[in-house]
Design a binder for this molecule. Structure first.
Ligand code: MRU
Length: 366
């Protein structure tokens, strides 16, 4: 997608320097556009943990490149099965909820298991990371194709009047590599001349909606309005929301969806107002081995400073201000789980399906 008219991915191999991975550093958006270089597995760990890159699909791709950088910095004499597992465990501990991280690392390990020479392992991991990246791009493009008719149908029913879509957090191209998941059908609808408007939840505490979703929608020329996290219910009651589309960090085999904290409350409000609630996700976000997402999906708890302080742009620099008593205790749960029963359908690269065990099982068949 575009930033100031120029096409970007969120992550890429540096031109003429394949030992360096470059990322858009999301900590500074929308105020400053900065590119950051990753040269080691430690850089990648930090980039994921501190959310220089974020969003389930992008975390997965970054992790694969992280394993590549980790192997690049080994010598033939210290490469062993144990050492590689150590690198994998280290990287996997950066963020627990998005399952793409675990899957990307497991795929890399599986592919290099039967190869001995370090140079051959490095080549395979590099190719795997590049492949994961291009797969995620294509998956998001297809999510757009499959999700588009859902918007088109509402537009037709409203006789071409504006379709109002509510989204939470950032499940846009900045959370992926290109197109996004929740945003892919929206971008396509806009491209095809359907009138769309997006209600963007600000998404406390890190404000991914206000900072990232608003930024990318604005850059692509999509009409949108930022709202506080508590506004969605009122807008639904007043008939100002036609559909909700959100992303997912992990979806269990029975269709429960972990996504940014606050998603569950939007699903409850949508149910109460008979508004369709869709989750757009690549199949790489489905944990086919996990049955009960509500019970089993690990929920990341993050630093209390994210709640205590609000970050913004003041006098040309990023500034933090405290918004509560210094000594009040804080709980900062990063995600919640929306039960499958509140989800109208899942939009995947293989098509739209019900959030239920049988339909999800079919997605796992090539
Ligand atoms: O904590 P974040 O910013 O990584 O959380 C991201 C989300 O919750 C997204 O909605 C989710 O990863 C889907 S991204 C296509």
């Amino acid at each position: 997608m575009k930033i100031n008219g120029k096409h970007y991915h969120t992550i890429w191999v540096k031109e003429n320097d394949p030992k360096t991975i470059q990322i858009i550093d999301q900590r500074f958006l929308p105020f400053e556009f900065k590119i950051k270089e990753l040269k080691s597995i430690e850089d990648t760990f930090l980039a994921i943990k501190e959310m220089w890159v974020r969003g389930a699909p992008l975390i997965g791709v970054a992790a694969a490149y992280g394993m590549y950088l980790g192997l690049l910095n080994l010598t033939e004499k210290d490469v062993s099965r144990n050492k590689i597992q150590e690198l994998a465990d280290y990287l996997e501990s950066s963020r627990p909820t998005a399952v793409n991280l675990k899957f990307a690392i497991e795929l890399v390990i599986k592919r290099i298991e039967s190869v001995n020479a370090l140079s051959a392992k490095i080549k395979i991991v590099f190719e795997t990371a590049n492949q994961l990246k291009s797969d995620e791009i294509e998956n998001c493009r297809l999510i757009g194709t499959h999700g588009f008719p859902l918007i088109e149908k509402i537009s037709k029913a409203k006789k071409g009047e504006q379709v109002n879509i509510l989204t939470h957090c950032n499940a846009g191209w900045l959370a992926c590599v290109d197109y996004g998941t929740a945003t892919a059908p929206i971008y396509l609808a806009h491209e095809k001349g359907i009138k769309v408007h997006v209600w963007v939840d600000e998404t406390r505490p890190r404000n991914q909606g206000a900072r990232l979703t608003a930024f990318e929608l604005e850059q692509q020329g999509i009409p949108h309005t930022v709202i506080t996290d508590n506004t969605g219910g009122l807008l639904m009651q007043k008939g100002m929301v036609d559909m909700v589309i959100v992303g997912s960090d992990r979806t269990s085999a029975n269709g429960d969806v972990a996504n940014k904290i606050g998603t569950y409350l939007k699903a409850l409000a949508a149910q109460d107002n008979s508004i369709p609630f869709y989750v757009a996700l690549p199949i790489s976000t489905i944990d086919f081995d996990m049955i009960d997402g509500i019970k089993n999906i690990p929920i990341e708890q993050r630093n209390e400073d994210e709640v205590k302080y609000v970050e913004g742009w003041n006098e040309n620099k990023l500034t933090k201000v405290r918004i509560m008593p210094e000594n009040s205790p804080v709980a900062n749960y990063g995600f919640d789980v929306t039960p499958a029963k509140y989800i109208t359908a899942l939009i995947t690269e293989k098509g739209v399906c019900n959030a239920c065990e049988n339909d999800i099982k079919n997605l796992n068949i090539d």
